[in-house]
Ligand binder design. Sequence first.
Ligand code: GCU
Length: 679
Amino acid sequence: MPRYALCWLEYRPCDDRVYREAVINRIRTLWVQPGEDIVGSEIRDALSRLFHHTPQEGSTGGGGALYVGTSDQSPVAERISAAELGKLGDEGFILKEVGERDGSSSLVLTARTRRGLVYGVFSLVSMLQRGISLDGISLHEEPAFPLRIIDHWDNLDGTIERGYAGKSIFFHRNKVVKGLHRIRDYARLLASVGINGVVLNNVNVRNKALRLITEEYLPSVRRIADVFRDYGIRVYLSVNFMSPVYVGGLPSADPFDPSVKKWWAEVVARIYEYVPDFGGFLVKADSEFNPGPHSYGRSQADGANLLAEALAPHGGLLIWRAFVYNIQDWRDRKTDRARAAYDIFSPLDGRFADNVLLQIKNGPMDFQVREPVSPLFGGMERTNQMVEFQITQEYTGQQIDLCYLVPMWKEVLEFDTHARGEGSTVRRVVDGSLFGRPHGGCAGVANVGSDYNWTGHWLAQANLYGYGRLTWNPDLSSEEIAREWCLRTLTRDGEAVDRLVDMLLASWPVYEKYTTPLGLGWMVNPGHHYGPSPEGYEYSFWGTYHRADNHAIGVDRSSRGTGFATQYRSPWRELYDDPATCPEELVLFFHRLPYTYTLKDGRTLIQYYYDSHFEGVEEVKRLREEWLKLRKHISPRVFREVLERFDRQVKNAVEWRDVLNTYFYRKTGIPDEKGRTLY
Ligand code: GCU
């Protein structure tokens, strides 16, 4: 029994005879550039498992061949024009049908770099799995974002912060795991969707993790990096800003102290001895009890530049998180956590070194089911920026509830900041093109662990898959991505795939309906963040209040309130400022409104909340019913385990409905117009 599933690289044999023959004819012989064993074995493995086909090896010179090699290899250079090859970027690839001298045709898969070849091979495999015709194919793909990173919040003791799928696949009892098989398959899965970087450890760097940058752990970090390198993926580490003190025994970690600079330079030089292509550091500083430059009266830029300077000679990057805010007294009604990142970082624009990237969470708070896009994306023109998404479903159902997040991420990437007039999307900010920045990209907090299916909920694999696909090509629709994943992973039956895609696409709106619609957020159980607790965060120091009383709810973040809305460019600042023009799904993020406020469709706010919760539960039940109809198309284990998750989701939705509706009813005394049960 394998210890884990291979997800979308499982390769179920193709049962379409016509397609199988077409592929076998197209790839009668295979030529792979000498030394490219990994690329070669991926393609051979896929052909043999999908089609029971073993092509002849070598070059016959005639048709029916597949040539795989970098663009400087003669079988490639003979068949594709120099002009075309010249257009290849560092990570892109070309897959093309080419004519042979004898009138027949062959396929060429080429790239400038090994990395590009890896992406190309996995793309070809994806087409073969989905039965896509290779006739006349002419494909040139380049990734949309330079950095496409997965952040692990894995601790060295094997636990995972906000992990919902078992233990760490990297660490066990303060050591790197012994066998690297699973990490190798993980690297394959990630490379197959275009990922090129992995941060191994949690941003909260404590205990043994502090020592990952020392010789105690570097030999083990190297073992992992060697595996990822085979698939073109660079390894990064999270570090604690106070390391010079905690690890180095220095009296200070002040960025202006020469001995601190020297310490970091030495640490970094040693890392590169072990991992010559080390990606760089990720830092959470001055945030949630993690110390940072503010402790020394220095700015965030001073702190970031200190580490960037140590990394620069080796070509490393310093990724600095913008998730910086102060804890707050709930009695303080002026401070607004949503403002913090913009207030702290935008004045520092232009002061970060060239190899620093600012990693900004998609919204100003913390991965709620719905938040506006962080205004910081439109607010810093001279700083490299990355967007941080949370693939792990901390606030979106914890991989018990179904919540396909690709549509949310697409909305974020497509959001127009108007920083340089119309069309200044977040996508163009973080791919570097809008402001002409040298670096940029996406980070996603991983949702995987040691569970057999990697993600707890089988269908949560679609989020990992989708995150990768989106960072490679954000022009793909949420539906296309869902379809690819379903076809490759669950079933090739057309109707079943249609049904699954509909379920995935419905899931985020449904989750929003039974939890906290209209941008309210936060009514979760404190600490673990699953299930409802309307005032769970109301009197705490986290700055996440809704301040409900008998008449109204929400924080006034308009120009008349905390002023958060003014951090946006026009026209957003005006649109958000007025409840009448604010997009309704965010109206309670920006405004404090009476329960009797009338929404666009004529319903009162309170009635909308009641309706939404009643409907949400019915829709979860419907999703469960849809799943039941899929029994004959889904493997028994997957079917059973997903059904079990749906049962739990129904319970959770009922709990949300009853707790929230009761809360509002008791606050307001306003009954449901439709007379449904409120407690
Ligand atoms: C959230 C999450 C924490 C995490 C933090 C972060 O607050 O609950 O577990 O450490 O985000 O992104 O740093």
